[in-house]
Design a protein around this ligand. Sequence first.
Ligand SMILES: CC(C)(COP(=O)(O)OP(=O)(O)OC[C@H]1O[C@@H](n2cnc3c(N)ncnc32)[C@H](O)[C@@H]1OP(=O)(O)O)[C@@H](O)C(=O)NCCC(=O)NCCS
Length: 128
Amino acid sequence: MDKETRTLEMVFPEDTNPLGNAFGGYVLGLMDKTGSYAAARRAKKPVVTVAVGGVEFKVPIRSGDVLELVSRVVKVGRTSIVVEVKVFREDFGGGPETRELATHGQLVYVAIDKEGRPTPVDESNDAG
Ligand SMILES: CC(C)(COP(=O)(O)OP(=O)(O)OC[C@H]1O[C@@H](n2cnc3c(N)ncnc32)[C@H](O)[C@@H]1OP(=O)(O)O)[C@@H](O)C(=O)NCCC(=O)NCCS
């Protein structure tokens, strides 16, 4: 349950407002994508997002920043999986010393069958 899924992204001007800060919805979209990878790997089934909670935007993310999204499965229910997603920002070419936690939140996914109905997640615990 402690394996992590990591994704790297770069922020471009079209992802930001006139102040140069990333739109919250853009960051949430990245969190949802990377969180769904972690949930589907654990469920060994396709998943859909059912809830997003506790999201906090702590420091601004700017055009040109490199983002590292780190997803970790923190709870497995019968058909649902809770994933904690942390977004770290880093200056492009700035190195790890510029890395800081920018955003975090918890997203809930539900494993679904071919008809889109909730279905039990895989019970083995070897998929991260
Ligand atoms: C996700 C979906 C399949 C769930 O269907 P449902 O009939 O409401 O499912 P259930 O009531 O049986 O709940 C299924 C699981 O989800 C959990 N769940 C449902 N709503 C939840 C919520 N708001 N927050 C947290 N968990 C929730 C339940 O606790 C249950 O977990 P468990 O099986 O581990 O105990 C259905 O709501 C759906 O298709 N939603 C749209 C999904 C989507 O399009 N997502 C993209 C959004 S843009």
